[in-house]
Design a protein. Structure first.
Lengths: 747, 402, 316
């Protein structure tokens, strides 16, 4: 009786929470902003019927879903359902959020669809796709998968796979047709998202159709597939990317769209020119031959698990990649010299040449995976021990290679806006996140003043390059790249100075002290006009003898590179810094000091009892974290040239901690992923919601992420194992006694 | 396990709702199919069928977004009014770019506008820091900039060749104010709010006062967001200063006025153009009566055109125009005039618009928009204003005040 | 002397508000070992809530009879406290309880708090206004000095600030030391699982702790708004100072928070303005924050667990 009353109360509470939540969502989702003279303005304007009813309806729906989740649960844990969810989400996001054609109105799907319906002469399939077919495909796939899971008819899953593949092909064709018609340069990615979504749905369908298990075990399946023939999936991806670039992409895209050419057109465009022989051959047919050859070698090497052949494949892949880049340079610069107004070298290309280079890199990567089958004899890893909750090294390495190819070859295809965002708003924070990960993630020290080290790095770089009112002795003046080691040392010393008195303090006291130091440094920079030019910053200020920080440049022998022409140069510099930092950090993580940090993080007293000098270890963490912000400081200062104390306020320190924890503290990939995601998000949201509301949505997303995935985006292996155990988490059905609820928070 | 269901369901539902919402709301375009991309191109020609794009860069999110919202509202209003003209020589579309008031977000915001080849002129950036960060890029692209509120002195000597601003530089206002104070007082207390603008203008005032032999005392507040102005008011009272100059913005100015009133300060208090706005009158209330403002601008509340602007703004946005709204309105209209000039004398490109902006001579509601070669507005008169009975009234040219 | 007393009164006023906010931080830390970053937004919501009721009663202001003024102030305090209490309660249910259930790491709580803080301040900006400073109706501007204390004039609002803040602190002290709820709070702060075994309802106690912290924060919000104006981002700076104050006094220690708050307020008013004669200042008011943080760091160097030591359980 009592139980049923409390259950009823719980239900009513849940309903109330859902309804209130929906009202809050309605208030968030309105285009109106508040008024300073009439505080009720926004509330009145936006809560109008029937809009409010729609949101209340959504709240009701969510309530019903939660209440009846028990009925749904057994089906949801079947294999394939998780990936199906993900696939639908990706496809929907592609339709709702992404751009579909840069040359049509506000670039969203609905606008393009409207334009398509107003256009004559497009194929029936394309028109239908933009009209109703896209929804029909998605609904059909979902329904078929539903039938397959609930009623256990595998044939439905096979049909779903076929429909998904068809839908992906139709999406591609429809987008291609529209692109041809609209003309101009198009960087939109909505179609890529949707195709990805359908690909995931197809995989989900395959899983549903093929597995006999009753329980999903995604990581285990992934490990099994990847271990069957390591390197083969990578070779497959490389082949697909290469095919896409040779069959469909634009190889030459100058300002004058008359000359947009795909691979098959290149012969016509560059045949009559005096392009060097090997380049012409490449553009005629050689690319096909190289692609097929590299793929065949990589695939055979993977299938036979032959290490020598793997190295050969890697060599061929790299050689083809470099060769492609040389060819691209040749014809691009030829075209640039012929008509400079149509785009400079490297800027008059479409996306396809980069995809081709990426394809060869992926094939080379496949070769390396085959050549290094993961583990030396006698040193079994966790995955090989049968641990199911850990991804095997093959999966991880495949991921890293794909990420690397992406990082090298995707930025050239971005618009100048996104390149600038990448380099100014995302880049420095990637470096900072790597450093803070050491302090917060590995050593477990809560540092709320981390941006102070960044400030020290930036200002010291400015000092060394003679850009501040306070002038260094003439022998100390140096170009920015040479300032890196000096900045690292100075920042490390700053870390030691700040850490020595404070690291004896316990957790939360450390937080407030570091916060205090961060504020002190920022305020000192703001008020010390003679040293830092105060709030004016390091802009061009002839009155106070201040100049911009110069851009990096390299002049060694016959090698002359000056940064500053475009943002891509900085990106590759950043990738270089990142690779160096990441390699250094990984070495640290698995060393003695890394284990000491883990021990201190978990239980400092026990660690000290085991003989670890906790103070020294913490100091080292602080210094290393500070040193890496020195690198970030040099990079940022020499890139933007102008910065002021407002770039180093408390809120940035807090944000960087949020990036690291959001991404998964303690894991390098997590820190990088979290920083990338949360610095990209504001710019992405800019198109979706009124700019004034961006921070509100980001705050909501951060809270939701913490609630539903507290370990972060890419949790550290160690932490996940701590939480879930080496084997998969036990499911309710397999346990006789359900685990007790928490007693409410012992810290 | 259950949380996965819930998460997945919630996300699906929300995204689906947005998709539905998107289905309904978007679609306003008068698209006539593909290939005739929504009619924006920058090639010239006569005839009313042309549409040009102008950009706005400012803080539309973050802590300072209210200032950006004030200005972008004026920007959009000016565009709407222009397009509604019965004989508009061309139509205008506005594009906004958010820099959140941060230096490090400014380059990308500028890149968005520069990369859009249809944009021929930009209003903004609204803060000095972002201007310093992006000025070079705009200069290289040859894109005219008219800023309604970036006031740092060095901006016009930093090599930003396409930068213009509507508000007078601190040097002009500060000097005029200092001369006015020096003629009347022997002992002045100078307060600044540690921002680029506040400190800059306070420095100018103090230097000029010292040159005229006036004893000055200088203090900074604890930051532009400092709400604790009691100590500084006490310090002013203790120093027995005859007058106070405040270099800073309206919000803090209002708090200073209230604090001085509470400390029974009876001397003269004067501030610059950053303090003079409806935010000050709203927040200071009766305590602001007797506060003076020195502004290199005309009265934007009583002229007939200004009244029309006030009404239109309030009607469109539900709140009266606020800090820098009138300046942004003037800047936008001036840019539109420049485009009109460029169109009538040839093609409308970024270069021709820049030339036209340099040659502007347009009567706005806050000032005559006419630029010196370095981009400063040529308005020479600094006017004195005073708050009386909760309203700011113009007293006239400061050099002619007793 | 008069100048010094002026600064002293200003410092006490500001300090009492910091103390009220610091109490919220310290109580939540005591029971959850969590730095509740979103408490600054709870404080802010109190200001908005009280403004709505005050504006509702008297509109734009103008002269009011003393009775109305008293009534309005009382209403403002009550409604402000209640609004903030409600927001605090919701915050705990939505952002922290699910994490407690899953035994999440402490930093996860912190980031959830930070996200909630962003969300709440921007949400308030969206639905009310994002103008950084707004003030209460103008009749409050006629803030007359009530009496002179050694030459320093003390205004009505300052008296209200100090008196009600001290009253609230005393009430809280009594609550924590002498009532059943207070014992429950101290028990949970000392050792939560054992308290549960003894029959204390952990969830309810934690909920009520948040509500109490919210009530105090809301009161502080109203008083702050009266004195210094309010806005949707008003919570950040006072929040950081109050958190520093709580740590200064010993995080988790109720009396420590009160002491710390008062101390920080006095330090802010007195140290940068020394030597308090004729308006000259050796350090300068622009360095106030630096001075405050240096004092904090200095104290923590010598007393690493704060002035009065830690722990709710051991203090009272």
């Amino acid at each position: 009786m009592i139980e049923s009353i409390s259950r009823h109360r719980a239900v009513w509470q849940r309903l109330a929470a859902c309804l209130v939540g929906s009202i809050v969502l309605a208030a968030m989702w309105s285009p109106v902003e508040g008024s300073s003279t009439d505080f009720y303005y926004e509330l009145r304007k936006t809560e109008r019927f029937p809009r409010l009813f729609v949101f209340l309806g959504i709240g009701l729906l969510v309530f019903l879903l939660i209440t009846y989740s028990a009925k749904v649960r057994p089906y949801v844990s079947r294999p394939g359902v998780g990936p199906a969810f993900v696939g639908v989400l990706i496809a929907l996001s592609g339709y709702v959020f992404m751009h579909w054609n840069d040359n049509v109105g506000d670039k969203k799907f609905n606008t393009v669809a409207k334009a398509v319906s107003d256009t004559n002469g497009l194929s029936w399939l394309t028109k239908a796709y933009y009209g109703w077919l896209h929804w029909a495909f998605l609904a059909l796939v979902v329904i078929l998968l539903g039938i397959a899971v609930v009623m256990e008819r595998r044939i439905a899953a096979w049909i779903a796979v076929a429909v998904a593949v068809l839908a992906a092909l139709d999406t591609y064709k429809a987008h291609h047709d529209v692109g041809q018609r609209a003309g101009g340069i198009d960087h939109s990615l909505g179609w890529v998202m949707v195709i990805l979504g359908y690909a995931v749905l197809a995989v989900a369908g395959l899983v549903v159709a093929v597995t006999a298990d009753q329980m999903a075990a995604t990581r285990e399946i992934l490990n099994r597939w990847m271990s069957w023939r390591p390197g083969l999936p990578l070779a497959g991806v490389g082949l697909v990317v290469g095919l896409m670039s040779l069959l469909a992409g634009a190889w030459f895209a100058p300002q004058d769209p008359h000359y947009n050419s795909s691979y098959s057109d290149m012969h016509a465009v560059f045949g009559p020119t005096n392009l060097v022989g090997f380049a012409k051959t490449y553009l005629d047919w050689l690319a096909w031959v190289l692609l097929i050859a590299a793929t065949v070698v990589a695939a055979v090497a993977a299938y036979l698990r032959n290490r020598v052949l793997g190295w050969v494949a890697a060599g061929i892949g790299i050689a083809c990649c470099v060769f492609s880049l040389v060819v691209i340079y040749k014809y691009s610069s030829l075209a640039a010299h012929a008509s400079p107004g149509d785009g400079t070298t490297w800027n008059n290309l479409g996306t396809a040449p980069w995809m081709a280079a990426a394809a060869f890199l992926l094939l080379a990567g496949a070769g390396t995976v085959v050549a290094n089958p993961g583990l030396a004899k006698g040193r079994a890893g966790l995955a090989e021990l049968g641990a199911k909750s850990v991804l095997s090294p093959n999966v991880v390495r495949t991921g890293i290679i794909i990420a690397l190819a992406f990082a090298i070859f995707f930025p050239p295809t971005m618009t100048s806006f996104w390149q600038q965002v990448l380099v100014t708003e995302i880049g420095p924070y990637l470096l900072l996140a790597v450093g803070l990960n050491v302090v917060v993630g590995w050593a477990g020290l809560l540092d709320l003043g981390y941006i102070a080290f960044f400030a020290v790095g930036c200002y010291f770089t400015a000092y060394l390059t003679n850009s501040l009112p306070i002038k260094p002795p003439s022998w100390l003046v140096m170009p920015p790249l040479a300032a890196i080691p000096v900045a690292i040392v100075v920042c490390a010393i700053t870390g030691l100075i700040l850490g020595a008195p404070t690291l004896r303090l316990r957790g939360d006291y450390l937080a407030i002290v570091t916060l205090g130091f961060g504020e002190i440094i920022q305020l000192a920079a703001n008020n010390a006009d003679g040293v830092t030019n105060g709030s004016r910053g390091t802009g061009v200020d002839p009155i106070h003898h201040v100049t911009n920080v110069p851009h990096p440049s390299v002049h060694i022998g016959s090698l002359h590179i000056t940064w500053g022409q475009n943002q891509l140069q900085y990106w590759y510099l950043l990738v270089l810094y990142l690779v160096i930092l990441v390699v250094a950090m990984r070495g640290l993580e698995h060393s003695r000091i890394g284990r000491a940090w883990a021990a201190i993080r978990e239980d400092e007293v026990a660690a000290e009892a085991s003989g670890i000098n906790a103070f020294r270890a913490k100091l080292l963490a602080f210094a290393i974290g500070a040193a890496s912000s020195g690198v970030a400081g040099v990079f940022y200062a020499s890139q933007v040239g102008f910065f002021s104390p407002t770039d180093f306020t408390l809120i940035y320190s807090i944000l960087i901690v949020a990036y690291v924890v959001f991404g998964g503290m303690g894991s390098l990939a997590g820190a990088l992923g979290g920083a990338a995601a949360l610095t990209w998000l504001p710019r992405f949201l800019q198109d979706q919601v009124p700019p004034a509301d961006k921070q509100m949505w980001i705050g909501a997303i951060v809270v939701l992420m913490m609630l539903f995935r507290p370990a972060g985006l890419i949790p550290a292996k160690r932490r996940r194992i701590e939480m879930e155990g080496i084997d998969d988490a036990p499911h309710a059905e397999t346990m006789a006694v359900a685990p007790a609820g928490s007693l409410g928070g012992v810290g | 396990m259950r949380t996965r269901v819930v998460t997945g369901a919630a996300i699906l539902v929300t995204v689906g709702a947005m998709a539905l919402a998107g289905c309904g709301s978007s679609g306003g375009g008068k698209n006539t199919g593909l290939g005739g991309s929504s009619g924006t191109n920058s090639s010239g020609g006569s005839g009313g069928g042309q549409t040009y794009k102008i950009g706005f860069q400012g803080a539309l999110s973050g802590d300072n977004k209210q200032l950006g919202i004030n200005e972008v509202n004026s920007f959009n209003l000016a565009i709407k009014e222009w397009n509604a003209q019965s004989n508009a020589p061309f139509k205008v579309t506005g594009v906004t770019s958010d820099d959140a008031g941060d230096n490090n977000k400014s380059p990308a915001a500028a890149a968005a506008l520069i990369g859009d080849s249809a944009v021929v002129g930009v209003i903004g950036p609204i803060f000095s820091g972002p201007t310093s960060a992006a000025g070079k890029a705009y200069a290289t692209a040859g894109m005219a900039l008219i800023s309604p509120s970036a006031t740092n002195e060095t901006l016009t000597s930093s090599g930003f060749t396409t930068f213009h601003r509507i508000v007078p530089t601190d040097g002009v206002e500060g000097k005029a104010t200092a001369d006015y104070l020096a003629a009347k007082f022997k002992n002045v207390f100078v307060v600044d709010d540690t921002t680029v603008y506040g400190k800059g203008v306070a420095d100018v005032v103090q230097t000029e006062l010292r040159a005229k032999g006036v004893t000055t005392e200088r203090q900074g507040t604890n930051g532009a967001n400092d709400s604790n102005l009691g100590p500084i008011a006490t310090a002013i009272g203790g120093a027995k200063a005859q007058a106070v100059y405040f270099g800073g913005y309206d919000a803090e100015g209002a708090l200073l006025a209230k604090a001085l009133k509470a400390a029974n300060y009876t001397g003269l208090v004067i501030g610059g153009n950053g303090v003079k706005s409806s935010v000050f009158t709203q927040n200071a209330g009766a305590a602001g009566d007797g506060f003076y403002f020195a502004c290199g601008c005309q009265d934007a509340t009583t002229a007939p055109t200004a009244k029309a602007f006030n009404t239109a703004y309030t009607q469109a946005y539900g709140t009266p125009p606020s800090t820098y709204s009138p300046e942004a309105y003037d800047a936008t209209n001036a840019l539109l005039q420049a485009i009109k000039t460029a169109q009538s004398s040839g093609t409308v490109t970024r270069a021709s618009v820049e030339t036209a902006v340099n040659a502007l001579d347009y009567q706005g509601i806050t000032t005559v928009v006419k630029f010196a070669p370095n981009g400063e507005v040529a308005q020479a008169t600094v006017n004195l204003y005073k708050q009386e009975g909760g309203k700011i009234v113009e007293l006239g040219d400061i050099t002619k005040q007793k | 002397m008069a100048t010094f007393m002026n600064y002293l009164v200003l410092g006490l006023t500001r300090g009492s508000i910091y103390a009220l906010i610091a109490l919220g931080y310290t109580m939540v830390y005591g029971v959850l070992q969590l730095i509740n970053f979103a408490h600054s937004e709870v404080f802010m919501s109190g200001a908005f809530g009280s403004y709505l009721i005050v504006h509702g009663i008297v509109g734009a202001g103008g002269h009011q009879s003393p009775l109305v003024v008293v009534g309005v102030i009382a209403a403002g305090m009550v409604v402000g406290a209640l609004t903030a209490g409600a927001v605090g309660w919701t915050l705990e249910r939505v952002a922290y309880r699910p994490l407690r259930r899953r035994n999440a790491a402490k930093l996860t709580f912190l980031i959830s708090a930070i996200g909630a803080s962003f969300f709440l301040s921007q949400f308030a900006g969206k639905i009310f206004t994002s103008q950084s400073t707004n003030s209460f109706p103008t009749f409050f501007a006629q803030n007359k000095p009530l009496f002179k204390l050694f030459g320093a004039s003390v205004t009505v609002i300052e008296i209200i600030d100090i008196v009600f803040a001290v009253a609230a602190m005393i009430a809280l002290d009594r609550l924590v030391s002498a009532t059943k709820l207070g014992r429950a709070i101290r028990a949970v702060a000392e050792d939560a699982p054992t308290a549960a075994l003894m029959g204390v309802n952990i969830d309810k106690t934690i909920s009520r702790t948040f509500v109490i912290g919210g009530l105090l924060g809301g009161l502080a919000g109203f008083l702050f708004g009266l004195n210094y104006g309010f806005g949707n981002t008003m919570g950040f700076q006072p929040g950081v100072k109050a958190f520093a104050a709580a740590v200064l006094g010993g995080i988790g220690n109720v009396r420590g928070a009160m002491l710390g708050g008062m101390l920080i307020g006095l330090v802010e008013a007195l140290l940068p303005t020394a030597p308090w004669i004729n308006g000259t200042a050796w350090i300068g008011i622009r360095w106030t924050d630096v001075v405050a943080f240096l004092v904090l760091v200095g104290v923590l160097m010598f007393r690493p667990t704060g002035l009065l030591g830690e722990r709710l359980g051991r203090a009272a």
